[in-house]
Design a protein around this ligand. Structure first.
Ligand SMILES: Nc1ncnc2c1ncn2[C@@H]1O[C@H](COP(=O)(O)OP(=O)(O)OP(=O)(O)O)[C@@H](O)[C@H]1O
Length: 917
């Protein structure tokens, strides 16, 4: 698409933007050839103008997404969610690179030629009887070109079919029959043989180039072939090749034949969402009167096919995603004037642009949602991870101390356990030892050992056998007594470590392994070793003890290694075990083991803390970039895409008289816009990028807030690009009667004022419930309707708590002292409400004297920081005074919940009503 100069750039603010809005620029009822050409040109200019904006927004969007991708503030999975789909990209590519084409279809060739000739206002195509209904007619492409010419083109190629078929020195005014009809004769014998070359000749299209006022580089006409042996799909591919199609179906017979119906049905099946404009013309070239009966009949047939609806088509609905089938339309008596035709073409083109801009808008919305979610996740991570780490440390310390205390206190118990195990198993073990096979020992016929060292081996083997058995029993008993602790501590610790591990999952592998290592240590320290497997330390202790006991054993007697010997060795060890010594050694060993594990745990936890603190630093950087850089950038793109959509659909709002002024903009009345009566236009001219961003965020958050009776309704937005040096952003909102400042000037009765206070609290609670903080509550941002009910406005500083980066914003007298520390939360709104409530109770707009004496903003702020607040006025009741003083408490944590404030004001209101009654 090429850039087109804008025309009619004179502008009466709010009245006219060129290209003008669809409604403001409706074609005149009777369209002559020259106005038709003019209006067509306007439509195409408008299309180019908006396309250019869309291209720019798309380019900026791609650039921003690239940056977001490169800086990895979002995971690649999230980034892929906001990227445009392949189908969307193809759509943009088509809009950018292809011209629009009116694709003219009809029941007969004659219908098409009559319509096209009428549209171009010249006899370009031969009509009946030169071409008859059985002629095989080529597809024709008509282009605007300064030099007249024609050629035969093969579909899908830029080549012409054969140099002989190039029409040089075309001088005709009407295309000769032979150039249009396949084989020139018009006879297509069904049994005629076709080779490839003949097929190409037959299906080649005729391209006509000539100076045509109606067309231009961005608009062509394509006439579908007639009676060709191609199927509908091939025809569809051929006629839509390299163009953005607008389908026109000319009906020139009384009804649709079964063949027409079949073709239309097929068309619908291959492109269900493509709308068609049906244009009914009469059969006779002379009469323009069309019979009503046939009109009704055709209408019914098209309804049956699903192109039209008895309820009326929805061409007025500009939503790009809804009911595309019913965007088809029908025009009766289509050649009489082209008014309806032009209206349809403009709406169709608007729909294309709206679809494009909606794709961008949706992508921006997804991106901002992802930012919001990730800002929330990051804030939570930054807040919770250190707490989780210290909790883990605490729990482990508790576990360690309890285990040490337990093992110390359990020495007696362990001693008893050992004694009990020995006595329980005494006989059984002795019996089992009798039948034990000792491997790797060579015995004589008398069952004696051949070498002295084998006797020691036999003895050791039986001793070990006994100890393994004993070990199992003791370990199980020990484990039972420590199980309670395991459940209490190890479970919690494991869970805590697991979540730390999960937290670190976005980070590198080493963090994962640290967490894993901690888990392993936990298990080895407090679980695995307590089960005392055969190769555990406890076992080794017992073996060592045994060795001490049996050092004096004499082997000179050379006993027989028979069951009796085995039993006596077993009994020896069982009888000589000292449970006291064993228990003590077991406890010491357990203590050592636990202490060692505890120290390991501490070392690794420190490492984990370091890694998390590095990670959290990166997270904080990301959080700042998301808050301060990317969110405003995408919000601005969203403001542009949404505003462009609104501009195309509803045009520029008409600006009425000024109703108010803020620091950043002027508010004008506007009688109606976008089907809304009584609106205001807040016109803001952002002086720099920062203000642009603030405005874009205000727009974004206000737009995302579900409708609520206490929050002003945003109807839409438009950026006025008329003057490229000054592009005011117009936010269109519902109109209210006045602001609270104006209302208090006229004085209000007590219950009305309490009602207003309650409404403000309700609105604030709603915003806080959505995670938003208003940050600029003041008299002028509280709007009142005719019944003095409130709608909170000016969400310029309103942000989700997780997106706030501690900026100093607000209106001085309403600003809480902690705003200067950069660390604050939603309670700044409670503070501001306290000041607002002071005004409400004072029933006026006079500054509190304590503030009035401050000669500058800085003096006021330093007084506020020192605790200076508005003075109590004579007629303040205790209850009201208590509410305001609590709300403006210096300590944010001491300020009341708005729910409590609401209850108290309700009580005050009820009491006042009772007194009045
Ligand atoms: N929707 C509305 N209906 C009626 N009047 C409105 C509406 N919105 C704003 N106004 C009037 O316009 C004035 C300016 O509004 P605006 O939101 O631009 O600025 P502000 O809140 O007064 O100041 P600032 O933006 O500097 O904080 C308001 O004080 C109010 O009187």
């Amino acid at each position: 698409m090429t850039e087109k100069p804008r025309s009619g750039t004179t502008r009466n603010h709010g009245e006219k933007l060129l290209p003008s809005s669809p409604r403001a620029n409706s074609p005149s009822p009777s369209t002559t050839s020259s106005t038709l050409t003019q209006q067509f040109a306007d439509i195409i200019r408008r299309y180019n103008y908006y396309s250019e904006h869309i291209r720019r927004i798309l380019k900026d969007t791609d650039k921003s997404y690239c940056e977001i991708n490169d800086t990895r503030v979002l995971s690649s999975e999230k980034v892929s969610r906001m990227h445009l789909s392949k189908a969307d990209r193809d759509f943009f590519d088509a809009l950018e690179t292809r011209p629009l084409a009116l694709i003219i279809c009809s029941q007969t060739y004659n219908g098409k030629s009559r319509f096209v000739n009428e549209l171009l206002n010249e006899s370009l195509l031969p009509e009946a009887p030169v071409i008859d209904q059985y002629d095989v007619v080529r597809m024709v492409r008509i282009k605007n070109h300064p030099i007249q010419g024609a050629s035969l083109n093969i579909s899908g190629s830029f080549e012409i079919i054969n140099p002989d078929n190039m029409y040089k020195n075309v001088s005709w005014t009407t295309v000769p029959r032979d150039d249009l009809v396949v084989n020139g004769t018009g006879d297509l014998h069904p049994l005629a043989e076709h080779d490839d070359e003949n097929d190409q000749q037959e299906t080649a299209s005729l391209e006509i180039r000539k100076p045509l006022k109606l067309l231009n580089d961005d608009l062509q006409i394509v006439i579908t072939p007639s009676n060709q042996r191609l199927n509908m799909k091939q025809i569809y591919t051929q006629i839509t090749e390299n163009v953005v199609p607008i389908f026109i179906y000319v009906i020139e017979q009384d009804t649709l034949s079964s063949n027409d119906i079949e073709e239309l049905r097929f068309f619908r099946s291959i492109v269900p969402n493509e709308p068609i404009l049906f244009i009914r013309i009469d059969q006779s070239t002379n009469s323009m009167n069309v019979g009503e009966t046939s009109c009704v009949q055709i209408f019914r047939q098209l309804c049956d096919l699903g192109f039209l609806s008895i309820l009326g088509n929805t061409t007025g609905d500009m939503s790009p995603d809804t009911a595309p089938l019913f965007q088809s339309d029908i025009i009766d008596n289509g050649l009489a004037n082209f008014t309806h035709f032009l209206t349809y073409i403009r709406k169709h083109i608007d729909r294309l642009i709206i679809r494009a801009v909606s794709i961008l808008q949706r992508s921006h919305e997804i991106c901002l949602d992802l930012f919001n979610d990730s800002a929330f996740d990051m804030a939570r991570d930054i807040l919770i991870t250190p707490k989780r780490l210290s909790y883990t440390r605490e729990r482990e310390k508790n576990l360690y101390e309890s285990l040490i205390a337990l093992t110390n206190s359990k020495q007696n118990e362990i001693q008893k356990l050992i004694l009990q195990a020995i006595s329980e198993m005494h006989e059984t073990l002795a019996d089992q030892a009798c039948s034990v096979d000792i491997p790797g020992i060579e015995l004589t016929d008398q069952l004696t050992v051949k070498h002295a060292r084998d006797l020691k081996k036999c003895t050791t083997y039986i001793q070990e056998f006994i100890l393994i058995k004993l070990n199992e029993t003791i370990a199980n008993k020990l484990l039972d007594s420590i199980n309670v602790l395991h459940d209490n501590y190890v479970g919690t610790l494991t869970r805590c470590l697991f979540s730390l591990e999960n937290n670190a999952s976005d980070a590198d592998e080493s963090e994962l392994s640290t967490s894993k290592a901690l888990q392993e240590i936990l298990h080895s320290a407090y679980e695995v070793n307590i089960t005392l497997p055969a190769d555990s330390n406890l076992f080794q202790i017992l073996i060592d003890k045994m060795k001490e006991l049996f050092r004096t054993f004499s082997w000179s007697q050379c006993p027989r290694i028979d069951p009796e010997f085995k039993r006596s060795v077993a009994l020896d060890i069982l009888n000589n075990l000292s449970e006291v010594k064993l228990a003590k050694t077991v406890c010491t060993q357990l203590n050592d083991r636990i202490r060692m594990s505890h120290e390991n745990f501490e070392t690794l936890l420190k490492q984990l803390e370091h890694r998390h603190s590095d990670r959290l630093k990166t997270t904080e950087d990301k959080q700042q970039r998301v808050r301060k850089e990317y969110t405003p950038k995408i919000a601005r793109l969203l403001l542009e895409s949404t505003s462009l959509k609104d501009l195309i659909q509803y045009g520029l709002p008409k600006q009425g008289r000024e109703v108010g002024r803020g620091q950043y903009g002027i508010v004008y009345e506007c009688k109606s816009w976008a089907n809304h009566l009584s609106c205001v236009i807040k016109s803001v001219m952002p002086p720099d990028d920062r203000h642009w961003n603030d405005l874009a965020l205000e727009f974004h958050y206000l737009r995302r807030i579900p409708e609520h009776p206490r929050i002003v309704k945003l109807i839409g937005s438009v950026i006025d690009y008329t003057n490229p040096d000054q592009t005011p952003v117009l936010l269109i909102m519902e109109r209210l009667k006045r602001d609270l400042y104006a209302a208090l000037k006229t004085r209000l009765d007590f219950s009305t004022r309490m009602r207003i206070a309650l409404d403000v609290v309700e609105g604030l609670r709603y915003l806080h419930g959505l995670g938003l903080v208003h940050r600029d509550i003041k008299l002028k941002n509280v709007l009142l309707d005719d019944a003095n009910r409130v709608r909170i406005t000016d969400l310029g500083f309103c942000k989700p708590e997780v997106m706030m980066s501690g900026s100093l914003v607000g209106t001085p007298i309403h600003m809480a002292p902690e705003l200067f520390t950069s660390k604050y939360d939603h309670t700044v709104d409670v503070y501001a409400f306290g000041i607002l409530f002071w005004y409400i109770c004072s029933n006026g707009v006079k500054l509190p004297t304590n503030f009035d004496v401050c000669s500058s903003k800085d003096i006021l702020w330093s007084a506020v920081k020192k605790g200076v607040r508005p003075e109590r006025l004579m007629d303040f009741s205790d209850e009201c005074w208590e509410i305001m003083t609590k709300c403006w408490d210096t300590q944010p944590s001491q300020r009341p919940y708005l729910g409590e404030v609401q209850e108290k004001i309700e009580q005050i209101l009820n009491n006042s009503r009772k007194t009045t009654n």
